[in-house]
Design a protein around this ligand. Structure first.
Ligand SMILES: [Zn+2]
Ligand SMILES: [Zn+2]
Length: 116
């Protein structure tokens, strides 16, 4: 199990704004390289590839990202709920609005009647 240099063909670029494991890259400990490879075994040395970070800090980061995502979902759900409530309020309002509009019309008509 040694590096044959084949892995460089699958070498993965460092992703922007996300982690290597999060973007589906795998790490070969023998070749000491991150590769874009669908299999579980290194195409170069044949060693088992890492799909998850070993470092606890990375794990915490990954978990934090997952939690942030679920929080965003919760916010989105709340926003949807608020929209529903607002829609209901809008639906209920027109009856009140028409009453006020009628009242306004009467007020507006009255002075005109006096002038005539
Ligand atoms: Zn290699
Ligand atoms: Zn390898």
């Amino acid at each position: 199990m040694t590096c044959k240099g084949i892995c460089t063909r699958y070498k993965a670029q460092k992703p922007v704004g996300t982690g290597r494991y999060a973007s589906g890259q795998k790490r070969c400990q023998i070749c000491e390289i991150f590769i874009k490879w669908e299999g579980l075994w290194c195409p170069c040395c044949g060693y088992r590839l890492r799909t998850k970070p070993r470092n606890l800090k990375y794990k915490a980061k990954l978990r934090a990202r997952v939690e942030a995502d679920s929080q965003l979902e919760a916010v989105a759900v709340k926003a949807a709920e608020v929209e529903e409530i607002e829609v209901e309020a809008v639906v209920k309002k027109p009856t009140k609005r028409t009453k006020t509009a009628k009242a306004m019309k009467k007020v507006a008509i009255a002075p005109v009647a006096i002038k005539a």
